[in-house]
Design a protein around this ligand. Structure first.
Ligand code: G3H
Length: 478
């Protein structure tokens, strides 16, 4: 029926020979909404074989032609923003207007990547031997960037389209073939996005999309001998993948515990607005969400009051109504969040709002006076719950930030740029934002996490570099 989707292999839409389907549960209704094919290992083999073959001629396709196809896909993607965003609403409960933004942002990313690729890959280097001690001018070295082969892209549920194209576009512009394994919740949106690439006319096998259960095809995909690079965004699974993967480049982003440090001289209205936006957008289900507020005791009461006023204005309800807070992605996710909340309650934290849950819908909650022994001080809720820890100096804030296993982003609110720079230098995170909430975008900015937050760097230019290798040819003169 209309709610059952095929997978995409060898330029065609196919039904799996397994005869099995994987249901996609609507987080709002908690009922099955769509179903995707439960692909088999043989079907993975088929996809990998065709990707490997297709890549050879794709790499020989002129760069400007590859760019042209990407621009075409970007335009089609934007034209399809309505159906794709409707899928996002139904399968990941993203508010309708944010779902549209995700698709448009994705189209822009694909176009930007095509342009960047044309410039970046359109030139190489020329080196001469006599700049290194002991050498004559007898060796001319020419370098260029060549594709790796087949890139496996595994995006997470929270941006099934945007975090898919952020891997697909750099891989394709660089001359790689791309195999996508979308998250189950997000697969319908991702398949429709792939349909846009299909309509743009990419040669068969250059892009494929395989769906199914991680338990059946997960390891088989990530350990497949045809895979030459894995670009993964998600949770702990990434650590397991990195341990099992072969000798191939990995690009990984595995979440964060982004700290928001607020000094005494901060603009507290600005800070409060950013805590609410950073902590509660998409119900806190962003790796870059504000996940702990570290505020100077002297301004804490004022800040908490300002944040609470704004939380009081957030709308809570279904994504179809464009509510600010929508149901979290799964029941088990809601249970996990509840576990962190109850732990904090038991250990004596101050709840600024009453804890409310209806199915997967959790009302926004600020938890004040959080102490170091509470799980929520360290763990990532991935829900609309923000802990506040009161500090008596900036060092305490830096210390808490750096004691985390994560190191994605962080932010500092102060009017003193010198202090901000010193704290930024001291924070062990991939990015520090001064006077704004953490965020990945704009999508061409470098994006990376230290420690358990990831491997390598993303952002358009960095991703193209990760998905290519330098090749040199040396001309030796007599
Ligand atoms: O969830 C992880 C995303 O990479 C964060 O992206 O900062 O645009 O929400 P965002």
């Amino acid at each position: 029926g209309d709610n059952t989707f095929k997978y995409y292999s060898e330029g065609e839409w196919k039904v799996s020979s397994s005869g099995k389907l994987v249901p996609i549960i609507n987080p709002t209704t908690r009922k099955p909404q769509f179903q995707v094919q439960a692909c088999t290992q043989e079907e993975v083999n088929k996809v990998m074989e065709s990707a490997k073959i297709a890549q050879k001629s794709w790499a020989k396709t002129p760069l400007w032609k590859r760019a042209e196809l990407l621009h075409k896909a970007a335009a089609i993607l934007k034209d399809h923003k309505k159906p794709i965003s409707e899928f996002l609403v139904k399968e990941i409960a993203k508010a309708s207007k944010d779902a549209v933004t995700e698709v448009v942002r994705s189209g822009d990313l694909v176009s930007y990547c095509a342009e960047e690729g044309v410039r970046l890959l359109g030139e190489g280097k020329f080196l001469m031997s006599d700049s290194f001690p002991g050498n004559e001018r007898t060796k001319y070295c020419l370098t260029s960037k060549i594709p790796l082969g087949v890139v496996l892209a595994i995006p997470p549920f929270n941006y099934p389209v945007n975090l898919a194209v952020s891997k697909i576009a750099p891989a394709l512009i660089a001359g790689n073939a791309l195999v996508l394994k979308p998250p189950t919740q997000g697969a319908a949106s991702a398949l429709h996005m792939v349909h846009c690439f299909h309509l743009a006319g990419f040669p068969k096998g250059v892009i494929s999309c395989i769906t199914g259960k991680g338990s059946e095809i997960g390891d088989f995909l990530t350990m497949h001998p045809n895979v030459n690079c894995i670009s993964f965004t998600g949770g702990d699974t990434g650590i397991a993948i990195s341990k099992k993967a072969g000798m191939i480049p990995l690009q990984m982003e595995l979440g964060g515990k982004d700290a928001c440090i607020i000094l005494e001289d901060a603009d507290l209205d600005l800070a409060a607005a950013n805590i609410v936006k950073g902590g509660f957008s998409y119900s806190g289900q962003r790796c870059t969400a504000v996940k702990v507020v570290l505020v100077m005791e002297s301004v804490a009461d004022t800040l908490v009051k300002k944040v609470n006023e704004k939380i009081g204005k957030l709308t809570v309800g279904p994504p179809e109504n464009d509510c600010d807070i929508t149901p979290v992605v799964t029941e088990s996710s809601a249970d996990f969040i509840e576990g962190l909340v109850m732990d904090a309650k038991k250990k004596g934290a101050t709840f600024c709002q009453e804890y409310k849950r209806d199915g997967n819908l959790i009302s926004p909650l600020l938890i004040d006076n959080v102490k170091q022994d509470m799980r929520i001080a360290w763990e990532e809720p991935f829900g609309p719950v923000v802990p506040v820890i009161r500090i008596s100096n900036a060092e305490e804030g830096i210390h808490h930030c750096n004691a985390s296993n994560f190191g994605l982003q962080g932010c500092i609110f102060t009017k003193d740029i010198n202090k901000a720079m010193l704290i930024s230098d001291a924070m062990e995170t991939g990015t520090v934002q001064i006077n704004s909430a953490p965020a990945r975008g704009p999508d061409h900015f470098p994006f990376q996490g230290l420690k358990d937050s990831g491997i390598g760097s993303q952002g358009v230019t960095n991703s193209i570099n990760v998905m290519t290798k330098v090749k040199s040819t040396v001309i030796n003169l007599p």
